[in-house]
Design a protein around this ligand. Structure first.
Ligand code: GLY
Length: 365
């Protein structure tokens, strides 16, 4: 088995994202000195891993607690956060204690939020178990829960002390989940590292097989893109003029989030983002900012791994309305991340409504 790789995320409190196999032995080191109590927050479906992590920590000398939460998005509620705060409070957690989040993006978002808010912030280490979690949710410090009014409306930036990506966890992942996670990997190819696109095009079947070196390289490259972006703009505050910061990670997400909302979250996130990327590519082409070949490449690379590139819902008005309430919109102006060429993100603000509809016509079937 090959060695683990380490990707450094720079910033005021730098940390490592470790990618490899059988990484639990790294956990104590990541938690660091001074931590006595650890709460392992895990979903019901991963109780075996959650309890094994707790037992490992107990064997390493920590006072370890397992906190089971509902599976998936059902964990991202104020009630579940309050349940976790109560568990930490009852176990006497102090500022020098820590949370470990074991699970997919929803669990690590919740665990990060609990850690960010308890005693105004305690340490958190993430053990993501999905591709989406590894390449996106667990890295970069965005944490949050949903409210009845929308997703991720309450949250905090709270960088983890480290992230452990055990590739073995992907081997039991549903193939559709894996393909969905690849949308975020492909996104990193368009906004920053075109080598990702070359790899996917050369070996699409290996890209969707987590046991292959291609899959591992894709994961490492996507994490490296995210690490570089969040190191420069940790709080998504520097998209001005030609400089696009963390907002670049939102490529394909404006329409993607709208599709998710209109479809009542019945589509996977990556599927909606894949369609959203083709949409913004068309929008960039129609505004004269992107060439035909690069737009075509969006369709080719996404469909090569089984991601959708068209939308059949036929609900433009509902999608348009949903985009207007996107967190990233400013006032009445719709705002899109586009690319002007591979690896060159830019912002398109307030495009003509006729162009918005014309780009939609290009992806609507
Ligand atoms: N998921 C986008 C970000 O972390 O900024």
């Amino acid at each position: 088995m090959s060695e683990a790789s380490r990707i450094r995320v720079d910033g005021p409190a730098p940390y490592d994202v470790v990618v490899g196999h059988a990484l639990r032995g790294e956990l104590a080191g990541m938690l660091g000195d001074g931590v006595r109590r650890v709460a392992v927050i895990h979903p019901q479906a991963l109780s075996k891993s959650g309890l094994a992590t707790r037992d490992h920590l107990a064997d390493s000398g920590f006072e370890a607690h397992a906190v089971e939460v509902p599976d998936g998005e059902a964990a991202k509620t104020s009630e579940v956060a309050a349940y976790c705060w109560k568990a930490l409070g009852r176990a006497g957690f102090t500022r020098s204690d820590a949370v470990v989040g074991v699970g997919g993006g929803a669990t690590t978002d919740l665990a990060g939020f609990v850690a960010a808010s308890f005693l105004r912030g305690i340490k958190v280490v993430h053990l993501p178990t999905t591709l989406l979690g590894m390449v996106d949710a667990a890295v970069g410090g965005k944490t949050g829960i949903n409210t009845a009014e929308g997703k991720n409306l309450v949250g905090a930036f709270h960088e983890p002390a480290g992230v452990l990506c055990d590739l073995a966890t992907l081997e039991s992942l549903d193939r559709n989940e894996l393909v969905s996670g690849l949308a975020e990997v492909v996104k990193c190819g368009f906004i920053a590292d075109p080598g990702i696109l070359d790899l996917v095009e050369a070996s699409p079947s290996e890209a969707v097989d987590p046991a292959t070196p291609v899959s591992r390289e894709l994961i490492e490259r996507a994490i490296a893109v995210k690490a570089a972006v969040v190191a420069v703009d940790p709080k998504e505050s520097t998209s001005t003029g030609a400089v696009v910061g963390r907002e670049a990670l939102n490529y394909g997400h404006t329409l993607g989030h709208a599709i998710e909302r209109v479809e009542h979250y019945s589509l996977r996130h990556g599927e909606a983002v894949a369609v959203g990327m083709v949409y913004v590519a068309e929008l960039a082409r129609l505004t004269g900012r992107l060439d035909d070949d690069t737009v075509g490449r969006h369709r080719e690379v996404l469909s090569a791994v089984g991601l959708p590139t068209t939308y059949t819902g036929g609900r433009w008005t509902a999608l348009h309305d949903a985009m207007r309430v996107d967190k990233k919109a400013r006032g009445d102006l719709l705002r899109f991340v586009i690319i002007e060429r591979l690896g060159r993100p830019a912002i398109l603000e307030g495009p003509d409504p006729a162009l918005l509809a014309a780009a939609y016509a290009e992806i609507s079937r």
